[in-house]
Each structure stands twice: as structure tokens, then as C-alpha cells.
Design a binder for this molecule. Structure first.
Ligand code: NAD
Length: 314
């Protein structure tokens, strides 16, 4: 499988490294406005490839995207300490206006995987700029947040995060929704497991886990300036689901017709992914508080998406 990555910064190069070392991509093309950086990152990663698989990576141009099954877009401004993801909107819409039409021209059959922030809104912007069917425009959404949630739950309970079914839905960002009511492991609700283990989910524990998930990026950015390994893992997992036609359920973002009464908005819901991109979106069963939170998240995303689409029109 050939994958293109636009943006050879922290996220793009960490993702290229993960794709090559896990053997998910046979060929990777790295494109960046800073060509010298793309060439250097590609060379560095190429020197690691022989320790894993006979995979190839090179820096390239938009013409080299021909034949890519997936093109990941990481190019864009990054959050500075204290900035929210939505603060990046204006800068990243401009960048996407120059990038997306070039990808669509070079690789009209590809699936676009959007990770530049604010990721859900940039997914909506990409849908508009590419003219692609909505099944082939996917945001990395809350796949990373879901992993953060499972990691913290697993560490607290002493269970492998991989055995936990718990999801984060809605925005990849401040209004995201941690679904506690439908989380389970080994046929049993996490609430019951927590009780049985003498580690109940008190309000304080829930608040700590919520903060650890919702504010993870802010804390990591404060500590090291950017987040990239977690999202590289998430993007690699999404690519694997698509290229292997897995029909895996992941909480990616895509254009939804109706989310709790809000029409036409990109947010994350459990989604069956395969070769055609989005095969099916599964509408979740939530309790009243979670439904309200998902509604509010969709309202926020709709408001900013409309602003972003106006920027394009203008
Ligand atoms: P970075 O600054 O390290 O890299 C961005 C790269 O994009 C730079 O190398 C820059 O030269 C390139 N670029 C800028 N404009 C371009 C253009 N027009 N064409 C080609 N390349 C261009 O930033 P980063 O840490 O890699 O983050 C990239 C984006 O990903 C940011 O928007 C960040 O907020 C987002 N992000 C998303 C998630 C997520 O979960 N969705 C997680 C981490 C970061």
C-alpha cells in the first residue's frame, strides 16, 4: 500500500516512521513546503526501514501521490502553549485551500485522512475543497482520545487497555464526550469490574480520568512543545483498518447527516472502516447526560464549520 503524507513535521514524520516500522505501508511519500526537511526526514526513516521491512520512503511532489491508497494531511499550524485547537482555524483553512485541490488532482481515487487541527472542522473543509464522496474524507477524530481513555482506565483497573471497550465521541477537542455508560471488558460493565476490584469509579476518580483524557494534549504540549507519538499510533491503526479492509470499528470523524438533531456536521462516532473508507456509522446508545454532551459538541462543531466554510466561500 502506498501512503502520502502532507506535512513532514512532528506528526507527519512520526507517522511515516510508524507506518514503515509496522509494515502498514509499502511505500510512503512525504511532502512538505520545507523540502529540505522532507528530504531529511525521509532519509532518516529510510535508514531504519531495513531493520523492519523492505518498505520505501521518499520525499516527493504532489505528482508522486498518484496511486496512493491514503493521503494523510498533517500540514498546518500547531497549537502553542495555551492555544486551543479551534484557535488554529483561520491559519489552517488557508493552508488547506492550497493543499487539498493539489491532492485531489494527483490522486482522485485516494482516501483523505485529516489530522491537522481543529481536526473535525478541517475534515469538513476538506470535504468541500476536494469534492470527494464523504466516505473517502475521514478525520482521525477521537481515535487518539479513545486510546487515552482506555489507557487511563486500564492503568486504574489493572487491566490491559486493549481488553477495554470504552470510547470518546464528538469533537477531537475540548467538548469531546467520554462514554462511561457503555464501557465494558470481558462481558462485564467497567462499573461492576471497578466495584468488584475494590476500585470504584467515584466522582473524583471519574473527574481525574476525564481531565487526563480531555487535557492530555495541553499537558504534553506544555512539557515538550507538541504531541506526535500518540497520533502517529492512531493514524497507523486507521491506515491498517482501511488498507486491510478490516471492517474494524474506530471512532474516526466523518460527515454525519444528523447528530442529536444537528444536521450536516463532522464529529466522531463509532465507524466501520475498510477499503472504501467509511462503510457504516454506528449510532451509539448513550445516557441522557452523554446525549446532551454529544449534542453540545455537535453544536460547537457546526458553528465553527459554518465559519470555516464561509472563509472558503469568501
Ligand atoms: P509541525 O509544525 O511540526 O509540522 C507542520 C508541517 O507542515 C511543517 O513541517 C510545515 O513546513 C508543513 N506545512 C505548513 N504549510 C504547508 C503547506 N502549505 N504545504 C506543505 N507543508 C506545509 O506541526 P505538527 O506537530 O506536525 O502538527 C501538525 C498538525 O497536526 C497541527 O495542526 C496539530 O495541531 C495537529 N495535530 C493533530 C492531532 C490530532 O489528534 N488530530 C495530534 C497532534 C497534532
Amino acid at each position: 500500500m502506498k501512503v502520502g503524507i502532507i506535512g513532514a513535521g512532528s506528526v507527519g514524520s512520526a507517522t511515516a516512521f510508524a507506518l514503515i516500522m509496522k509494515g502498514v505501508a509499502r511505500k510512503v511519500v512525504l511532502i512538505d513546503a520545507n523540502e529540505t526537511k522532507a528530504v531529511a526526514e525521509a532519509a532518516d526513516i529510510a535508514h531504519a526501514a531495513p531493520f523492519a521491512y523492505a518498505n520505501k520512503i521518499k520525499a516527493g511532489t504532489y505528482d508522486d501521490l498518484k496511486g496512493c491508497e491514503i493521503v494523510i494531511v498533517t500540514a498546518g499550524a500547531n497549537q502553542r502553549p495555551g492555544e486551543t485547537r479551534i484557535d488554529l482555524l483561520g491559519r489552517n483553512v488557508k493552508i488547506f485551500e492550497s493543499i487539498i485541490p493539489q491532492i485531489a488532482k494527483a490522486a482522485p481515487e485516494t482516501t483523505l485522512l485529516i489530522t491537522a487541527n481543529p481536526a473535525d472542522i478541517m475534515t469538513e473543509v476538506t470535504l468541500k475543497l476536494s469534492g470527494f464522496p464523504k466516505e473517502r474524507v475521514i478525520g482521525s477524530g477521537t481515535v487518539l482520545d479513545t486510546s487515552r481513555f482506555r489507557t487511563l482506565l486500564g492503568y486504574y483497573l489493572g487491566i490491559s487497555p486493549q481488553s477495554i471497550h470504552a470510547n470518546v465521541l464528538g469533537e477531537h477537542g475540548d467538548s469531546e464526550v467520554l462514554v462511561w455508560s457503555a464501557s465494558d471488558a470481558g462481558t462485564v460493565s467497567l462499573d461492576k469490574i471497578a466495584q468488584d476490584m475494590g476500585k470504584p469509579f467515584t466522582d473524583e476518580v471519574k473527574a481525574q480520568i476525564d481531565d487526563g483524557v480531555r487535557n492530555a494534549a495541553y499537558k504534553i504540549i506544555d512539557g515538550k512543545g507538541a504531541t506526535f507519538y500518540g497520533i502517529a499510533g492512531a493514524l497507523t491503526r486507521i491506515c491498517s483498518a482501511i488498507t486491510n479492509n478490516e471492517y474494524a470499528i474506530l471512532t474516526v470523524s466523518s460527515h454525519q447527516e444528523d447528530v442529536e438533531g444537528i444536521k450536516g456536521v463532522c464529529v466522531s462516532l463509532p465507524t466501520v472502516l475498510g477499503k472504501r473508507g467509511v462503510h457504516k456509522v454506528i449510532y451509539p446508545t448513550l445516557n441522557d447526560a452523554e446525549r446532551k454532551a454529544l449534542h453540545d459538541s455537535a453544536v460547537t462543531m457546526k458553528e465553527y464549520s459554518d465559519k470555516a466554510l464561509e472563509m472558503i466561500a469568501g
